[in-house]
Design a protein. Structure first.
Length: 176
C-alpha cells in the first residue's frame, strides 16, 4: 500500500518535460499541463482535481474510505489522507482546492453475483460525494458504479478525461 511521501515544495519549472504517471492503489500524483495521469479502478474511486484553466491537476486512487487508524495515519490508500495530500500538493503550487473542479470515477461492483445492492464500491462513491460536497468542490463529470472496472486516462489540459468501462459479466467495454 502506498504511504504519504513528503516532498519538497513543487515549483513550476520554466521548461516542463511531460510525464506519464500510472497510479497504483493508494497513490496520489500532481501533474502539469501535458502530463498524463492514468489508473485502473474496480471498487476503488479516483478523484481528479484541476484548476479551471486546467494547467495543474492532482489525482488519487482511493482504496478505503474515511480516516484510517493510528497505524495507517499517513497511508494515502485512505480517502481522508489521499484528499489531504492532494490539497497539500495543489496548495504548494498556488492552487486553492476549493477553486478546483472534480472528476470522479470508479466504485464498480466487482462481485455482482455476490452483492447486488450495497457493496464496497457503493460505500467508496458515497464517501467521495460527501467529502467533495462538504468542501464545496464542484463535480463536472463522473462515471460511477456498474458491474465492471474502469481504465482512466487524462492528459492535463483542455481535453476531458478518457474513461473506458469494462463490464465483468460480458467482457465488453464502452466509454463512460
Amino acid at each position: 500500500m502506498a504511504t504519504h511521501r513528503p516532498q519538497a515544495p513543487f515549483k513550476t519549472p520554466a521548461v516542463h518535460n511531460s510525464a506519464a504517471v500510472e497510479l497504483m492503489p493508494g497513490d496520489v500524483a500532481l501533474g502539469l499541463v501535458g502530463d498524463q495521469l492514468r489508473t485502473l479502478l474496480g471498487s476503488c474511486v479516483s478523484v481528479i482535481l484541476t484548476d479551471p484553466r486546467r494547467t495543474v491537476a492532482a489525482m488519487c486512487h482511493i482504496v478505503h474510505v474515511g480516516r484510517p487508524n493510528v497505524s495507517n495515519a499517513c497511508n494515502t490508500a485512505y480517502g481522508e489522507v489521499a484528499m489531504d495530500e492532494m490539497f497539500s500538493r495543489l496548495q504548494a503550487v498556488g492552487i486553492h482546492p476549493k477553486c478546483c473542479q472534480a472528476y470522479v470515477f470508479g466504485g464498480g461492483n466487482m462481485f455482482p453475483q455476490m452483492f447486488n445492492a450495497t457493496h464496497v464500491g457503493t460505500h467508496n462513491v458515497d464517501w467521495v460525494w460527501e467529502f467533495l460536497q462538504r468542501h464545496g468542490i464542484a463535480v463536472v463529470d463522473h462515471c460511477l458504479g456498474g458491474n465492471g472496472y474502469r481504465k482512466v486516462s487524462w492528459t492535463v489540459g483542455s481535453g476531458e478525461p478518457l474513461v473506458e468501462t469494462v463490464f465483468s459479466e460480458q467482457g465488453i467495454s464502452d466509454g463512460c
